[in-house]
Design a protein around this ligand. Sequence first.
Ligand SMILES: [Zn+2]
Length: 265
Amino acid sequence: MSSILDTPLLKEAVASCHYFWEAGWGEFHAGNLSYLLSEEELADLKPFFRDDPIRVPVAFDTCGLEGRYFLATRSGGQFRTLPNRVERDMGIIRVVEGAYEIVWGYEDGAGRPTSETPAHLLCHAARLSQNPDNRIVMHCHPTYLNAMSTIADMSEEALTKTLWSLNSECVLVFPDGVGVLPWMKCGEGPIGPATAEKMKTYRVVVWPYHGIFASGSSFDETIGLIETIDKNAHVYVSVGGNIKQCITDEQVHELADHFGLETAF
Ligand SMILES: [Zn+2]
């Protein structure tokens, strides 16, 4: 391959980032993503890495992820325009003790990975402790879920059960439920560790009046998870939260039992 942009992972990552914008989940600078490279992907991408990695010391916990490589969107990048500026708005870092090294991208090393990188690494470590196949952590702003968070009971149990009640597919896609944090200041600070703590239990954590952190073992799985949640949040807000009839709790559990799924609630 003559360009890193022709590798299967970069093609999928770029198309997925653009989809996040098309879906309305990543306006302007909103949204960021990190992806843990597999050994095969690393072998594919390594020929394109810099000979002189740029070492960036960090004060945050690297969570035992030393030696791992992550593809991550750039701080200040935009999902809408990313496909036209991949080498500027994406990059690959290698986590090392007390630092990360930029091995590719970010405008030839002048830029930096997402400012949410500390939260991403914490969340990767949390998800990997539950599922060694987890690859993605991503943050975005799904419109209908944000709308729902202004009118629905947002306890984890109530939100999860409301979504499960709206479509038979929901409990099948996220039997593990949806985690919810109280509103917190975004950026560096307690919200990252709080999100990671929730990710020990949930693949998705809602930040009310802001968006979500979602995770998964592939782009398809993660996008599917967000789509399913946001689709049903759309249904909820379309009726103004006035649900006269829906799938009962008992029926949800019948469905889960039929597919051999354990439910969070
Ligand atoms: Zn955000």
